[in-house]
Write a protein that binds this ligand. Structure first.
Ligand code: PEP
Ligand code: MG
Length: 894
């Protein structure tokens, strides 16, 4: 018999934390907390296997699920001493979804399930509080109506607003039991009108409907989008948790709150959280009331006037603080917890690994190693490499002038400037059109996820550090200022006001997510500091990785940044980028348009000194680190003049007529330039080009040797080889130039000659190519393009549809396709090493900076990865993780 239902509570549990695949994150951790003796209201988890069964069997449940659920329910009834549906002494349940990874796109929570026109009376009597009972019932109808029955929440809000208006009330708390009873009647009438069915009175029916809604929400559009953005497979499924209700809203000895065991923004080892007296959990996250700080420290840091829990409920706070320490010792990681205090008794409702900023992740990892909780390896595996990006980008220039117009909570660090947009759809549309936008909302909800992703920053006028906006922004690494209460957003007229200032859509603002400041206009930024915890963790990464990390860069400026980020060499210098400078482009064009080898040589002679000086500067910047220089690669027509003035300029310089220039340009047009006359094919047809470049490289080596005494050993790289003879011919040419420079300059010149492996044929012929090539660098941009037969410049137009329909998991230009492109790499590596066992293997396609692709590279294995300067630290950490686990690993929390 399959076990579909796992019970927990009363100091015991059927499941444990490591059963996340089966029980989902929430269920597994509730079981774990129960098992280690923490106070968890009893409940049970319906497994993710039921979700899978549900979708495989036309939305039906396994036959024996009902019996197993009934048995688990009886266990809860015994532990609580109340009965589900008993009018006198009703047990009430919460229903919560719980996938393996937290999924804000799904049905979240229904509270107070089991209430109906009869049980509400029992609750009123038992609690000794009719108002509380009726308030609980209306909350239940509202939540159940919205998330299970699909009656939009604004219907309920309207009814409630009208009721308050009728009585002249400002706050929900002013409604009496009778007022709530009337609201409930109106709610039920609305449900009937909207769904054609009365509000379900049978607690059993309510429970089944809620369970069905959780499973149903696994396939709603928001959940699908979220899964796509976070690489969560559809077949994981979700679990459902049903748990005895505890109430934080039964009076002033009750409370509810959320907390992190350490500060999730800074990583500081201080208890960090918010609570509300006499409230249900939803009130804290919904941002309806301003939450209070848990600790006196937090109160002081946030400049809050409201009393801290530490002051108001010192005893319960003490217990909560003990729970905090127990959880950290047990899980050995920072936890994000939810709790409720019912009449002075503490209950834990959730614990999970806390989302944190990259800065916090580094600090927590470093400090937990120092505290002896975890070791270096564990610390490295904890940090999501991609999140480091948050630390590598500029922060606001402290010297810059700033006009602060409002302040909110520093919810997610980093600085961002952009144009104001007021809706998630607009954010997505404008970002798609290349704009940089800040999404400004009263508060955010899971429906806004796509807009939050598209925006560089998020600003809300309501809500705390644990509001949806704050939590999601931190996870996504977007700058976020939350709860900037001085700002008023008027959606109708599309303006945001603060005092007498009016800001409209499209106006520029700047957010500082580290201070909570909102500024008018765009404020300049400065480069970040890369010392402290960052440097410590990076030094551990370097100790544990086996692959080298190089950079793709073409200028000394970029090289400087990359060296500061810890690169160990240049893996790809694209020499074509050196020709676009205003002075050089004319000579370049002359060279391209020349109609004889002689004329081409004359033009190349003009380019030679520029190119040589570039290499000298690059070699000096890189010191002893290796530098791989790729000879000219792109189709020549990319350099051609289009504007009349440019045509005239080239005509003048080359002694041709403008007509001749145009006619010659026209000849160079190709139908498929990316598959055309480019790469080494240029070197074969116009050897003088590669000759000049090789000369520039070796003369630069000689110049540096003479000037500094340093011996640079450049790695000359031939692009787009598909036939081994191409390589043989061009290698000879390079050797000949080296010999000539050696003789002319009278210095020893050492160098390597290798090739890009970026065509399927090259992978298959790698054994033959390796006879002459001393290194291979996988050009996975072109290799992906040619393996799929998919244009790298056009794929973006339609690959989105493939991702949406889950035909592919990821854009293969972003994350390496291990099955196809990866297989070609494995073949090439094996055949290349077969011929030349010490052949050096690297990657310089965009994938060289993508953590999942780096994990694949470890399996080949490659000697190094090469990526853009800002991804160097990400690659260092990802390479360490790849070495430690030996296989692909995902982000933190997966
Ligand atoms: C590649 O193809 O992966 C590569 C690095 O070269 P480029 O992007 O310049 O074509
Ligand atoms: Mg290429």
């Amino acid at each position: 018999m399959t076990t579909w239902v796992y019970s927990f509570g009363g100091g015991a549990a059927d499941g444990r934390a490591e059963m996340k695949e089966l029980l989902g994150g929430k269920g597994a951790n509730l079981a774990e907390m129960s098992a280690i003796g923490l106070p968890v209201p009893p409940g049970f988890t319906i497994t993710t296997e039921v979700c899978t069964y549900f979708y495989e069997h036309d939305r039906k449940y396994p036959d024996d699920l009902r019996d197993q659920m009934n048995a688990a329910l009886t266990r809860i009834e015994d532990l609580v001493g109340a009965k589900f549906g008993d009018p006198k002494n009703p047990l009430l349940l919460s229903v919560r979804s719980g996938a393996r990874a937290s999924m804000p796109g799904m049905m979240d929570t229904v509270l107070n399930l089991g209430l109906n026109d009869e049980t509400v009376e029992g609750l009123a009597r038992n609690a000794g509080d009719r108002r509380f009972a009726y308030d609980s019932y209306r909350r239940f109808i509202q939540m159940f109506g919205d998330v299970v029955l699909g009656v939009d929440h604004h219907h309920f809000e309207e009814i409630l607003e009208l009721a308050k208006e009728d009585h002249g009330y400002m706050l929900d708390t002013e409604l009496t039991a009778e007022d709530w009873a009337k609201v409930i009647e109106d709610y039920k009438a609305k449900v009937l009108a909207e769904t054609g069915e009365p509000f379900p009175q049978s607690p059993g029916d309510q429970a089944w409907a809620a369970v069905g809604a959780v499973f149903g929400s696994w396939m709603n559009q928001r959940a699908i989008t979220y899964r796509r953005l976070h690489d969560i497979p559809a077949d994981w499924g979700t679990a459902v948790n049903l748990q005895a209700m505890v109430f934080g809203n039964m009076g002033d000895d009750c409370a509810t709150g959320v907390a992190f065991t350490r500060d999730p923004a800074t990583g500081d080892n201080s208890f960090y959280g918010e609570y509300l007296v006499n409230a249900q959990g939803e009130d804290v996250v919904a941002g309806i009331r301003t939450p209070q700080n848990l600790t006196l420290h937090g109160k002081k840091m946030n400049g809050s006037k409201l009393p801290a829990m530490e002051e108001v409920m010192p005893e319960v706070f003490g217990q909560l603080n003990d729970v905090r320490l127990t959880l950290e010792q047990h899980y050995k990681d920072m936890q994000d917890i939810e709790f409720t205090v019912q009449r002075g008794t503490l209950y834990m409702l959730q614990t999970r690994t806390g989302k944190r900023t990259a800065a916090a992740a580094l600090k927590i990892a470093a400090e937990m190693v120092a505290e002896g909780l975890i070791d270096e390896k564990e610390a490295l595996l904890r940090i999501d490499p991609a999140s480091l990006d948050q630390l590598l980008h500029p922060t606001l220039d402290p010297e810059a002038e700033r006009k602060v117009i409002a302040r909110g909570l520093p919810a997610s660090p980093g600085a961002a400037s952009g144009k104001i947009v007021f809706t998630a759809d607009e954010a997505e549309a404008q970002a798609g059109a290349g704009e940089t936008v800040i999404l400004c909302r009263t508060e955010t909800s899971p429906e806004d996820i796509h807009g939050m992703h598209a925006a560089v920053g998020i600003l809300t006028t309501r809500g705390g550090m644990t509001s949806h906006a704050a939590v999601v922004a931190r996870g996504m690494g977007r700058a976020c200022v939350a709860g900037a209460g001085e700002l008023r957003i008027d959606h109708k007229s599309g303006v945001m006001r603060v005092r007498d200032l009016e800001l409209r859509e499209g106006d520029l603002i700047t957010l500082d997510g580290s201070t909570g400041e909102v500024m008018q206009g765009a404020v300049p930024t400065v480069q970040p500091e890369l010392s402290g915890d960052f440097a410590t963790v990076m030094s551990w990464a370097d100790r544990h990785r086996s692959m080298g990390v190089r950079v793709n860069c073409d200028t000394p400026q970029e090289a400087k940044v990359a060296v500061a980020f810890g690169c160990e060499g240049i893996g790809l210098c694209r020499t074509e980028h050196m020709f676009f400078d205003a002075q050089r482009i004319v000579a370049m064009r002359e060279m391209i348009l020349a109609d004889s080898g002689e004329k081409r040589r004359q033009a190349l002679d003009k380019l030679l000194p520029y190119q040589r000086d570039d290499f000298v500067a690059l070699f000096k910047e890189m010191g002893d680190r290796p530098v791989t220089i790729r000879l000219l690669d792109p189709p020549l027509h990319e350099f051609l003049p289009h504007e009349d003035a440019a045509v005239a300029e080239v005509a003048k310089a080359s002694g041709l007529s403008e007509e001749q220039v145009r006619a010659r340009s026209l000849k160079l047009v190709e139908t498929n330039p990316m598959l055309g006359h480019r790469g080494c094919r240029l070197g074969i047809t116009y050897p003088e080009i590669y000759e000049m470049q090789a000369r520039a490289i070796f003369e630069a080596v000689a110049a540096v040797a003479k000037e500094t005494g340093k011996t640079v050993v450049p790695e000359v790289m031939i692009p787009l080889v598909s036939i081994e003879q191409e390589f043989t011919v061009l290698r000879k040419l390079v050797d000949k130039v080296a010999e000539a420079v050696r003789n002319a300059e009278e210095v020893e010149i050492g160098y390597l000659v290798g090739t890009m492996i970026e065509l399927p044929r090259a992978c298959l012929r790698a054994g033959q190519i390796a006879e002459g090539a001393e290194f291979f660098s996988f050009g996975t941009n072109d290799l992906t393009q040619t393996a799929y037969g998919l244009s790298r410049d056009d794929a973006g137009n339609f690959l989105g549809a493939y991702e949406q329909r889950e035909l592919i998991e990821q854009d293969p230009f972003i994350s390496l396709d291990p099955e196809g492109v990866g297989e070609l790499m494995l073949i090439a590596a094996e055949r290349g090493r077969g011929t030349r066992p010490d052949i050096k293997l690297g990657i310089c396609g965009e994938h060289g900076g993508d953590p999942a692709s780096i994990a694949f590279c470890q399996t080949v294995p490659l000697d190094y990865v090469s990526c853009s300067p800002y991804r160097v630290p990400i690659a260092r950490l990802a390479a360490a993780q790849a070495a430690l686990t030996g296989h692909a690993i995902g982000a933190v929390g997966r």
